[in-house]
Ligand binder design. Sequence first.
Ligand code: ADP
Length: 367
Amino acid sequence: MASGSAIVTDSRLGESALRSLVDGLALIDNQGQVAFWNPRAETLLIWTADEMRGLRVNEMIERVAGRVSAPDAVRAELAAAFLPEAAETTIDIDLLPGADHSNRIVQVHVFPLCDPNGSQIGTGILLRDVTRERESDAMKSQLLSTVSHELRTPLASIKGFATTLLRQDVKWDEATERDFLRIIDDETDRLAEIIDNLLDMSQIEAGALRISKEPTQLRQLIREAVDEMRMRTEAHYFVVDLPAELPRVLIDPRRIRQVLHNLIGNAIKYSKGGQISVACEVEGDHVVVSVSDQGDGIPAQFLDKVFERFFQIDGASTRRVGGSGLGLAISRGIVEAHGGKIWVESTVGQGSTFRFTLPLATNEATE
Ligand code: ADP
């Protein structure tokens, strides 16, 4: 009697453990029918236990194949995993976005269920949401490819000019020598900039970006940033439009200068010439800073995407103008760390306006 009730309790415990697993779990019985479908499997694949129970394996595979981006491959892989005597199999399935979720990657692990004598009595399926892991894997390989592509170009140029200068069989005149040294100097700056960007990005990703805020005069900061960037272009003219009274903002001046450099740098890179205007307006408890250009513009479908790390509208041509796709992602990280927002409005062929908000320093007298 006592041992009987212990068994009942054990199997209840067992079942509730299976139901509460953080992973999705489905069990297929020896007749090849779905016998168990836990709540997590319901959320991951959106079919309830009631509709799944009793379904044959082939019908289940068809349902899954109907929801993925590569149905033929998934159908074949799953069918092979359920063959008698098949070894344990792990498959990643890429679920098409549904009404309730965006793209989701689920890892499906199929394994035999055996009794204590080792004979197979069914098949288990573990389902795990690996979307974030896969995104982070993709981010790492993107990082590696960017590092190798982007670092190689300036490095090759530094090496080339240094080797040229070291040649003993050629005597360069002083002007040429200075030209070569200047290129080495510029390319070294570019290398340092890429490395700084990568470090900033990894700090933002880790939520570890250090911001030391102080009440700051935006007028001066904007003027300085524009003056520094003005030197980098002869094709553009700059217009700075600031209100007569501009209260101080509570910011990390070094970081906000970096945002302005990124935005003005992009305005220069992505427009052949014309006006670049930097303006600022006070709205309630914050200011809105804007940087506008008369350049290529950004198609509507990319207006949010440009703030994603490594995103470039046209990889080949942006690489030519020296970009790594990190500037705007870093700018967004910095602005958000200040409690602000950043966005862009644009008309293709006419130009773009990037705007970001910054908090006013409270109880500060206006300038
Ligand atoms: P990048 O280093 O490539 O410039 P960013 O993160 O700064 O990286 O920008 C991402 C992409 O957004 C750029 O590659 C470019 O395609 C687009 N972009 C950014 N700023 C502008 C702009 N002012 N005008 C048009 N396109 C822009």
